[in-house]
Ligand binder design. Structure first.
Ligand code: C5P
Length: 233
């Protein structure tokens, strides 16, 4: 049996609970977590998280919290009470906010710090932050350092930064979105990687959205992901 090297997560980027639960029933246990993000959560609320839990699956609540530490801690306590066992914050919220998030999440829920969104290029990032000559690698490393010091479980980065983060902060688990098959479209993602290449680069979790959910046969696309990353059952 091949060694399980990374956990795939399917992003339920759909507008309502009915479509989300249909995908969950179709894909079953072929992934480790189902990701509920802002589109689905804003439409369907915490009940969709509970419904996925009731079907026996883990939920990654990707709401990318970014606020004052006290507010983030409150949001995270609410998230944990829905049954989410992994969630995201923006690492750029700073050390105090990340520590408040980790404390509020407790031992049952993993906190992942978003470093630089995978839709950003270096130019786009520099323009957004009002700086010239910004290096994505440097910013990811700097933000990963904040997450590491504050005790986060992992960070969100592209596959292109995963090995660098893993070398520098071996205890942090990289979660990599922007996953595409070699013959697939990139859509709005700027820094994409195939499932196999992302795992080889050190990804511990892979977030897969449109490459699976946008396929005419999502179960077959999911099987292709699992085959590429050597995941068995
Ligand atoms: O469809 P696609 O595979 O591009 O979906 C990627 C998912 O991962 C989306 O839900 C997106 O919000 C999320 N994500 C991302 N980049 C990050 C963090 C999360 O694309 N840095």
């Amino acid at each position: 049996m091949a060694e399980l090297k990374a956990t795939p997560i399917v992003a339920l980027d759909v507008p309502d609970a009915t479509s989300a639960l249909a995908l969950v029933r179709r894909l079953g246990g072929e992934c480790g977590f189902y990701k509920v993000g802002s589109e689905l959560f804003t439409a369907a609320g915490p009940s969709v998280v509970r419904a996925i839990r009731e079907l026996g699956h883990e939920v990654f609540l990707d709401l990318k919290f970014h606020d004052i530490p006290n507010t983030v801690a409150g949001a995270i306590k609410s998230a944990v009470s829905t049954g989410a066992s992994m969630l995201t914050i923006h690492a750029s919220g700073g050390a105090e906010m990340i520590r408040a998030a980790v404390d509020a999440a407790g031992p049952e829920c993993r906190v992942m710090g978003v470093t630089v969104l995978t839709s950003f290029t270096a130019e786009g990032l520099g323009a957004a932050w009002g700086r010239v000559g910004v290096s994505v690698d440097d910013e990811v490393t700097r933000l990963a350092g904040l997450c590491s010091a504050a005790g986060a479980h992992g960070i969100v980065c592209s596959g292109h930064e995963a090995s660098m983060v893993r070398q520098r902060y071996p205890a942090l688990s990289p979660l990599v979105p922007g996953i595409r098959f070699a013959d697939g479209a990139a859509h709005d993602q700027a820094r994409v990687m195939t499932p196999g290449a992302a795992v080889a680069a050190g990804a511990r979790y892979l977030v897969i959205g449109r490459a699976v959910t946008g396929d005419s046969d999502p179960a077959a696309a999911m099987a292709r992901v699992n085959q590429e990353i050597g995941r068995v059952g």
